[in-house]
Design a protein around this ligand. Structure first.
Ligand code: ME8
Length: 661
């Protein structure tokens, strides 16, 4: 049986500088999808590359006294190295200066010229060099480029133009007939309302004011302007119009693309100009264009001039590729903008990776070593507890797949982490040390086996996200790749072979001292970090001193203290009473990127069914605690006086996960 194909692309990045974590984000997302589809049995083609022409690059190279090609070659080497370090499993890396691209772009241009889609005219308008974009007077914002806010130049020159308007109606119809063509939905409305429906202007596709580009064969003083050159990489890399028959066949095999991935600022080029170019070439359109959000810093978008650019290499050097991949995929709600802070990065590493996953592996290894000579025993009789775990496994696999299909990476990881956390609780509940002491060997064997079976299933499910961690876990568990590590094996509880000889290694994710790390990364000066840790010592003592309510003593805090508290809007998905705790309710809250369990002392004031659907305010960064044996991760806010208590709820149309400030 032939495998279904899956062709996924990232943008081809400008090699004018080293790439930052924003670029790493797009590429990691594409890689995760490519890996997932491969595991699901698809014939995957994953393309990335570099967009090497244009005035910006030419100027940059001149500024450092190099030829454009010399300059670019150095940067591209660094980009390829970065992708290798980040375990990006691309099948092809296209460079637009390669002849397999330039020659085909010339053929495409000639064909479009011949069939009258491209014509020669004069151009006058505002041009933004960094963005390689033309703007009309009306589109400028305070005389500056509306995209990057930079200076624009008035340009008058002879140019070739593409008749975009000719295909606009067909494209509008295509948008309507293919509701999944452009996601998220909001970007579709923006494209229709801002560009397609008001009427498309023809697109300038050649320039004469610089020569670092692909010459127009019919008129070589023109070079092909960057978007026609850049977008066509998605077909030239496959072998479109190649004279080699197997390459042309490869093109027919994989085209149309399943997903073109990028962030929102270039959605216009991919969802309007690119489909129109394809229509003019009589080629099928890509199945989906996906425009994700931006990774921002606290002070806005990353930019060299602000000096807030984060080099992914710096994080990989210190924490490994999987830590960075996990953070990017887990922290950002796909499609929306997300803010990178070192603090949130450290928190994810400490809580999710060290405390949850790392801990589950290492305590399991330590126990099998202590109680079973390092050999994973076979299970005896399974009890209700193991049956419950089995059904959680199935729902975790379902949810992971469903979320990956919808590109909801954070939700997929949340589903896997529910299993990781349940695994840790299983150990607490079954207390293998007590079983050992009591000499209950049968039950102990079942528990030890089950712990490792959960670990095996987790290791299988995290493969697309964290490709180095899975094999490392297998190594320490004594599992050979291919043996109970296929994607489908995650659904089959009990596949872990008995008698595996474990070999514990270093902790997969050691716990970090946040302040030391921040100092090492240059976020905090070392002296300040030291002072901070000294100062923070008595804090717990202070906190433990009882404070009298209403005693009239108000502690003043500054805005920095307040900003440590992360308040978010969360929606109650379910609520239930907790046995033998008449004041407590157990709530499941939807935070957009994850589901949180919170125990709240409101049972005397609210019936569970009253709460479902309410949008409440959650203190999201409280350390998890157990209340009457039930884990609570966060606290919801309420106003109270005497016997009265009213929950702080949010009215109005605000999405879950929104910050309360
Ligand atoms: O636009 N957050 O190249 P480029 C998230 N050559 N993603 C980000 C990001 C951020 N802060 N910054 C960059 C180009 N990206 C053209 C593309 S395609 C035919 C030609 C990612 O080097 C994101 O995917 O400016 C964005 O679309 C891309 O890098 C822009 O890369």
């Amino acid at each position: 049986m032939t495998k279904p194909t899956y062709y996924i692309t990232t943008p081809i990045y400008y090699p004018n500088d080293k790439l930052h974590i924003g670029h790493a984000y797009s590429t990691t997302v594409a890689d995760t999808l490519a890996r997932y589809k491969r595991l699901k049995g698809y014939d995957v083609r994953f393309l990335t590359g570099t967009d090497e022409h244009g005035q910006k690059l030419q100027r940059k190279a001149e500024a450092v006294g190099k030829t454009p090609q010399e300059y670019i070659d150095g940067i591209v080497e660094g980009i390829k190295k970065l992708w290798e370090r980040l375990d990006i499993s691309y099948d092809d890396f296209i460079r637009t200066t390669e002849s397999r691209h330039t020659e085909v772009v010339q053929k495409i241009f000639s064909r479009l010229l011949e069939q009258g889609d491209i014509y020669l005219d004069n151009y006058e308008g505002w041009y933004c060099t960094p963005d390689e974009s033309f703007w009309t007077e009306r589109q400028l914002k305070d005389g500056k480029c509306p995209e990057c806010g930079g200076d624009v130049e008035w340009v008058t020159e002879q140019s070739y133009f593409f008749k975009m308007g000719k295909y606009a109606d067909r494209l509008i119809q295509y948008f309507h007939e293919h509701p999944d063509f452009l996601v998220p939905e909001s970007r579709k409305h923006e494209m229709l309302n801002n560009f397609l429906l008001p009427g498309l202007e023809d697109l300038c596709v050649s320039r004469t004011t610089f020569d670092w580009g692909i010459p127009v064969r019919e008129n070589p003083k023109h070079v092909i302007y960057v978007w026609l050159d850049a977008l066509t990489n998605y077909i030239t890399a496959l072998g479109y119009l190649s004279e080699e028959q197997d390459l042309e066949e490869r093109f027919r095999h994989y085209w149309p693309a399943d997903v073109h991935l990028m962030s929102k600022e270039i959605v216009r080029f991919h969802s309007i100009y690119w489909p129109i170019i394809l229509m003019a070439l009589d080629l099928p359109l890509p199945k989906q264009v996906v425009g994700h959000g931006w990774l921002l810093m606290k002070d806005g978008k990353m930019s060299k001039s602000k000096g807030n650019v984060i080099d992914p290499n710096q994080l990989i050097d210190r924490y490994g590729a999987d830590a960075l991949r996990y953070f990017l995929l887990r922290e950002i709600s796909f499609g929306q903008d997300g803010v990178f802070t070192f603090e949130s990065f450290m928190d994810r590493l400490n809580f999710d990776l060290a405390n949850d996953l790392g801990n589950l592996l290492h305590r399991s290894l330590a126990m099998v070593n202590k109680f079973a000579g390092g050999i994973i025993p076979g299970p005896a009789r399974l009890t209700e507890l193991e049956d419950e775990l089995k059904s959680l496994v199935l729902s975790a696999v379902d949810q992971t797949e469903e979320s990956l299909e919808k590109k909801e990476f954070s939700k997929a990881l949340d589903a896997i982490w529910q299993l990781v956390r349940r695994g840790n609780r299983y150990i607490d509940e079954t207390a293998p040390w007590a079983l050992h002491k009591a000499g209950d060997g049968e039950r102990l064997n079942t528990v030890l086996y089950t712990m490792f079976e959960v670990l095996r299933i987790v290791s299988v499910l995290i493969q697309p996200f964290m490709p180095k961690t899975s094999p490392e876990m297998w190594k320490q568990m004594g599992l050979v790749e291919g043996e109970a590590t296929t994607w489908d094996s995650a659904r089959q509880f009990g596949q872990l072979p008995e008698g595996l000889k474990t070999s514990p290694g270093d902790p997969i994710f050691p716990r970090l001292d946040v302040e030391k790390e921040l100092a090492a990364l240059g976020v905090l000066a070392p002296a300040a970090a030291e002072q901070k840790s000294v100062k923070s010592a008595p804090k717990t003592e202070q906190a433990s001193q009882p404070k009298e309510e209403g005693a009239g003593l108000v502690t003043l805090i500054d805005i920095e203290d307040f900003s440590k508290v992360e308040l978010r809007v969360a929606q109650v998905v379910s609520a239930e009473k907790i046995e033998k705790a008449d004041k407590l309710l157990k709530l499941q809250l939807d935070l957009g990127t994850e589901t949180r369990q919170v125990v709240s002392g409101i049972a005397k004031h609210y019936q569970p069914e009253q709460l479902v659907g309410q949008k409440v305010i959650l203190v999201a960064n409280l350390k998890p605690v157990k209340l009457r044996g039930v884990e609570s991760h966060g606290m919801i806010l309420a106003a109270s006086t005497g016997d009265q208590l009213v929950l702080a709820t949010v009215s109005g149309d605000i999405p879950v996960g929104a910050k309360v400030k």
